[in-house]
Design a protein around this ligand. Structure first.
Ligand code: MLT
Length: 410
């Protein structure tokens, strides 16, 4: 008889965005004449930058000829891409990295979900709340969660609330934690913290032997000077943090899949016998064993992000989405709603009007405006009473969605 990983049985219901898709599909089936506008999942709507497309076309041509064909590549990624990443994303900010500290992958969802493989099931994990659900769900799968209580909290996970009361700046944990997930600019709240605040987290991690798992998938949207693009801008962060970055949100690779993780060689965790273990070595072992590399064609496309033309085209994509963000922010504020985010991130986080909870507001928007958003509580207990809209929609749809929302009676 085969036995299942019982941790999976603890997960209640579907993954958040699968659940939303299920509800939207049911609504569409019942109301086939309604034109739905989707501002729920943070999926891009503009095509890939031309520079990336041309690089991928030329890589396809290489694959068609015996002399330039490529089979398996290095699991960690090709040096041509890693070198561009290091030069542009890190050296340009005064951060040095070795080639073998960067691991190319098929997405930050996979990386942030898989990183738990190299950590013991006994670690105490902290998350900001609300939070990207992958961090929590994968810790449930990995046996680090304990039991779910009636408030939607897992008994062994430490929640760090981010709400209006603390201006979405989490406080340091009251008890020591082993692993800490941070995401700035934040998904889902669209808010962020200053470099000085980030330093407090790095200092905490250094004092407590805590590993920070830092998700910077939205760094390209930072518009304010005092916000770090990489955690390694903070002194000492290489000793405590793994950073996750993605081409999904800056260059539109959500369907194309390319991302990377930085695992510095100065970063250690402990074996049960007290030995220090280099996490870079473990992640390399995991990556080379379970992953066969991101496709060559895709890595060539990602490389083109760093060409002069690619950089220009990416700026245009980002400013398009941030104009959407301004349209949503201003529209909601015009309705007297309390709104956050949309300045350093493509997400708008709003306080739902009195008389609604997150799912109630979801139903109202879907049912009466035919607009899909994401209920804040789906991201964690402190998200109750909030709602997220994405700025990644098409411009005309974003404007129409706001018009429809303005016509609602709350
Ligand atoms: C989101 O909507 O939170 C993101 O699109 C999810 C993701 O990037 O996987």
């Amino acid at each position: 008889m085969a036995y299942v990983n019982e941790n999976y049985l603890k997960l209640k219901g579907n993954y958040l965005f699968s659940e939303i898709a299920r509800r939207v599909n049911a609504f569409t089936e019942a109301n086939p004449d309604k034109k739905i506008i989707r501002l729920g999942i943070g999926d891009v709507t503009l095509p890939l930058p031309d520079a990336c497309i041309r690089a991928m076309h030329s890589a396809v041509d290489e694959m068609s000829k015996k002399e330039s064909f490529r089979g398996y590549g290095p699991e960690q990624g090709y040096d041509f891409l890693i070198d561009k990443i290091i030069k542009n994303d890190y050296n340009a900010k005064g951060i040095s990295l070795d080639t073998d500290e960067v691991f190319i992958s098929d997405g930050s969802k996979s990386d942030t979900g898989n990183i738990g493989d190299i950590f013991s099931g006994n670690n105490v994990v902290a998350v900001t709340d609300p939070v990207y659900p992958v961090y929590v769900d994968t810790n449930v799968m990995g046996g680090r969660s304990g039991a779910l209580d009636e408030n939607g909290k897992w008994s062994n996970i430490v929640y760090l609330p981010c709400t209006i009361e603390n201006n979405f700046v989490p406080s340091l944990p009251e008890k020591r934690v082993d692993i800490l997930y941070l995401c700035f600019p934040n998904n889902p709240t669209g808010t962020t913290i200053t470099r000085q605040e980030l330093k407090k987290w790095v200092d905490y991690a250094r004092e407590n032997n805590t590993v920070i798992l830092y998700d910077a998938a939205y760094e390209a949207y930072i518009s304010e000077e005092n916000v770090a693009h990489s955690i390694y801008e903070i002194e000492g962060a290489k000793e405590v943090a793994i950073e996750f970055r993605s081409f999904s949100k800056n260059a539109g690779f959500t369907g194309t899949r390319c991302a990377f993780a930085v695992v510095p060689k100065q970063l250690y965790a402990f074996a049960e016998n007290g030995d220090k273990v280099q996490l870079n070595k473990l992640w390399n072992r995991r990556h080379t064993t379970k992953f066969n590399g991101t496709a060559y064609i895709i890595q060539r496309g990602a490389e083109a992000v760093y060409s002069d033309e690619g950089k220009e085209q990416i700026k245009e994509l980002i400013s398009y989405y941030m104009e959407n963000a301004a349209i949503i922010r201003n529209g909601l504020m015009g309705l007297g709603l309390t709104v956050f985010g949309g300045i350093n991130a493509p997400y708008i986080w709003l306080k739902v009007p009195d008389g609604y909870d997150s799912w109630g507001f979801f139903d109202k928007l879907l049912g009466e405006a035919n607009v899909v958003g994401t209920p804040g509580v789906g991201f964690g207990p402190s998200g109750e009473g909030y709602f997220r809209l994405t700025a990644f929609g098409d411009r005309a749809n974003t404007i129409e969605a706001m018009e429809r929302i303005k016509n609602l009676k709350f």
